[in-house]
Design a protein around this ligand. Structure first.
Ligand code: G4P
Ligand code: NA
Ligand code: NA
Length: 190
């Protein structure tokens, strides 16, 4: 998606540890018009697919998932990362391994909001090691629902997530794939 790549070139900042900071439009401040174009692009990429629900994880996936949902005309469910008193006791759980913190944490969705009739599109902001997406897949599998595909805004092509998911025959659609980040320069896959 050219508009997104331009935005990354203009406003993205490469940080130590191969981290691409995109706080000015995706992870802190939100560029709603750009998110809207992303939503349309996801709709195009999953054209003709039967989708009944979009699933993401809090926090950073929610904005893009919610705006995309307007084009799919389906609800968004976001998995919760913290055990809260307000969350129903009956949940589907997924386990996510955090490389940065070197520990596993759980993500949860109430059994009320996913069921085996659902055809689910996972949407997220970043695909890096694929841990978040795999945790969401665990929830979908536990509910015996169908995973239609995974849509991500930025895939870090030099990390293993995209390959893991594609090897599982999951349709992965990334709006921008970053193959390298060097000297403050971002190299996109053609
Ligand atoms: P993974 O889900 O693909 O395995 O991601 P990983 O564990 O490698 O990354 C941990 C968190 O950092 C994830 O957010 C992920 O989206 C985010 N992340 C990974 N690489 C980058 C990057 O280059 N730039 C930015 N801005 N973020 C990156 P999270 O902690 O799960 O979610 P959230 O609370 O931010 O939503
Ligand atoms: Na995320
Ligand atoms: Na994030």
């Amino acid at each position: 998606m050219e508009l997104l790549k331009e935005k990354i070139i203009q406003q993205g900042r490469v940080q130590e540890g191969n981290i691409l900071k995109v706080d000015s439009f995706l992870n802190h401040q939100l560029d709603i018009e750009l998110l809207n174009e992303m939503g349309k692009e996801f709709k195009k990429r999953f054209h003709g697919k039967k989708i009944t629900k979009i699933l993401t994880a809090e926090v950073s996936g929610i904005a893009v998932a919610a705006i995309a949902a307007q084009y799919f005309h389906v609800p968004v469910v976001f998995a919760k990362k913290t055990e809260s008193k307000n969350l129903d006791k009956d949940t589907y759980e997924g386990s996510v391994y955090s490389y940065t913190k070197d520990k596993h944490y759980k993500i949860r969705v109430s059994k009320r909001y996913i069921n085996k009739e659902d055809n689910i599109l996972v949407i997220d902001d970043f695909l890096a090691n694929g841990q978040a997406a795999l945790g969401l897949k665990e929830i979908i599998d536990a509910a015996e629902a169908n995973l239609v595909g995974v849509g991500v805004v930025i895939e870090k092509g030099f990390q293993e997530g995209g390959e893991i998911l594609r090897k599982m025959n999951i349709q992965v659609e990334s709006l921008a794939i970053v193959d390298a980040m060097t000297n403050n320069e971002v190299v996109f896959r053609k």
